[in-house]
Design a protein around this ligand. Sequence first.
Ligand code: ADP
Ligand code: GLC
Length: 477
Amino acid sequence: MKKILFATSEAHPLIKTGGLADVAGSLPAALAELGQDIRIILPKYQAIKLSEAPRIIASMRVNNADITLLETRLPDSSVPVWLVDYPEFFAFPGNPYLDASGKPWANIAERFALFCRVVVEVAMNRAQLDWQPDLVHCNDWQTGLIPALLSLEPTHPASVFTIHNMAYQGLFDSNTFASLNLPGQLWQPTALEYHGMLSFIKGGLAFADRITTVSPTYAQEIQTAEFGYGLEGLLQYRQERLSGIINGIDTDIWNPATDTCLTQPYSISKLADKQLNKAALQQTLGLAVDEKQPLFGLIGRLVEQKGIDMVLDCLPQMAELPLQFVLLGSGEKHFEQQLQTLAAQYPEKIAIRLGYDEALAHQIEAGADVFLMPSRFEPCGLNQMYSQRYGTLPIVRRTGGLADTVTDALPDTISNGTASGIVFDDANASALMEAIKRTLFLYDNKTAWKKIQRNAMTKDFSWQNSAQQYLALYDPL
Ligand code: ADP
Ligand code: GLC
């Protein structure tokens, strides 16, 4: 049994902006079920959703800040959650990264540097909690200073650093390094310095005992210039410590047979009931209620990573084909505006819902026939797995976790029962359009389509296997 402190900036259902929250809300529970003593630690944001009042378990002074540590539990699990309470930083409306006006927090470096320092105090058993972890599992740049700071302690717990996205590195100017009051020896190109800037993620990449990322393919990709954002050299240097473990999904939350957000739950044996969810969704969205036209769905952050520009280029052509399209997401304003313009042009064919809406996300997974995920890069991706479990065949680009979790529908994969979606290669609109046309053709072949749906729905995306891989990784630490 290992004692694990799991440090994250978000965890579903307490606070979520993206897939990191899904992972942090389900991997620790899977590890607890495998007998590990695991605790989650995250900042106490104002937006956090708590079902019970947390209790105070410790107070401490860290870098001149008076911190209170609160304890609650991850809902539907036995996992304790420790909340770092520092109202001066965290008691404001907004999400973990953006303020209420949608701009990155002006003091975002200070916020996460303080969070990292508190995690180190807890990890070193200096918070009077009478509990010291064997290892600290850190996630993304927000926790990058933890392995670096731990390395300065003569004896310290081991650290694992998981990269959920190399595109976000926590880069700040050199003055920020000075203002954070960090130990001077960390200002080196072998440590936190990156071309004269402070890089939070480098703390994880340079100092963690093990580095993981969320799919085997992405573990290879980030060692190349195209996906490494200048850190590919460091990752190559540390490749013996670097591995890819594919994310699982929470199969209780994402289960079409028990999903309370749906008009009509369904399963493989009642696949015809999926249609009721499609009709309800078409109605809710104001699209023509039409069983025959395949409904394409997309849910995600509206950023370049997700290939939204390619989708925008395809939409006018898609609107002329026998299909409908629904998108739920929020992000860059220019994408939001262009999408809304197209929806106004084709109200019966295209529906756009801007914002964050968990129930609608479930209804789209269930009601759509096809799920679009043409990402330029995708460390793992969760929606393509949710889609397969809901019999909603994903169209994905062959990159990162998408390449590792979707099997392209080709004559041989259809006949041997492994096909589970449609995969295309080039990151451009014409390749995506080809994939969409190929999907329409396949959709017309009802026998083949149903067979692929059944393959997709029976694939095992549960955490069991991946949690075992994390245990094997922790074992020697
Ligand atoms: P990423 O973490 O890069 O955003 P993932 O596919 O790993 O991508 O995870 C995204 C998660 O966030 C999924 O659970 C998805 O359903 C959810 N999500 C993204 N945008 C929205 C939205 N606008 N409303 C509801 N859920 C969303
Ligand atoms: C990141 C990645 C996404 C991954 C998620 C959880 O946000 O963009 O691909 O699924 O983290 O690991």
